[in-house]
Design a protein around this ligand. Sequence first.
Ligand code: HPA
Length: 269
Amino acid sequence: MSGEIDLCLAEIGRQAPGFAPQVGVVLGSGLSEVADAIASPRIIDYASLPGFPASGVTGHAGKLALGTIGVTGVAVLQGREHYYEHGRADGMKVAIRTLARLGCRTLVLTNSAGSLRPAMAPGAVMAITDHINFAGVSPLFGEPGDSRFVDMSEAYDPMLRARLHTVARAAGITLHEGVYIWFAGPSFETPAEIRVAGRLGADAVGMSTVPEVVLARHAGMKVAALSLITNMAAGLSAETLSHAQTIAAAKSGGQAVSRLLRDFIAGLC
Ligand code: HPA
C-alpha cells in the first residue's frame, strides 16, 4: 500500500516535477467538464499509477489531471472505483492517500444522485451536509492503529459549505443542502428501500462518495461534496432508472456543477 503510493508519487513527480496541489477533486459520472477548466493540464493515465482504479464504469475516464484553476493547484481524479464493482470498499484508498501525500489539504467530491425530495428535481445541485452509510462497509476495514477510529461528526466541512453557498449565490445557481445515503448498488434501490431511506433522514441517494469521504477524513483532509440530482429516487416518479439515464442527465445538468466547482476552487487559495 505505502509502496504503491510511493510509486505513484514518483510517477507524478516524473510527469509533473515539483507540482504540489492544494485541492483534490473527484469527478462523478458525466461530470468531466471541470477538468476542462484546468489551465494547461498535465494528464496522467490511471494505468501508470499502481493502485489507482481500473474502472470499467461507463462515464468514468480513468485519468488524473494536474494543473491550476485560478491560482489554486488542483489534482482532479476523473474516474472512481465503486464498491459494487468487486465488493471492496477501499478501491480509492491509494488514489486519495496519494493526493493527501501530494499536499492536498482539501478534497472536493461530486456524484450523481437520486432525489428523495419533490422540491429537488432532476438538474438540481445539492451540497452534502452529512451522510448515512447504509452499505455498512468501510474502506478502513483492516486498517491498523487507533487512527482508524475517525471522527465523522463534521465530515463535510461547514466553512467550505458556506463558501459553496456564497459562490452559488454569486453565480445565480440554486444550491440545495441535504443528507446523502450510500447504497451498495449496482441495482438501483427498491421503492420500499427509498421509503426507509426517507424515514432515516436521507435527501439524496447514491452508490459512491462515502468511502472517499472516510478515507479523506482519515488522511486529515477537509471535505466538500456536491450531488447533481439526475433522477427522482425509485418509486417517486414513473421514470425507469438506468445508468444511461444517469449519464445523460449528468451531462445535461453538469454545467451548473462545473461552474460552481470552478468558481469555488479558483477562490480557495
Ligand atoms: N440511486 C442510486 N444511485 C444513483 C441514483 C439513484 O437513484 N441516481 C444516480 N445515482
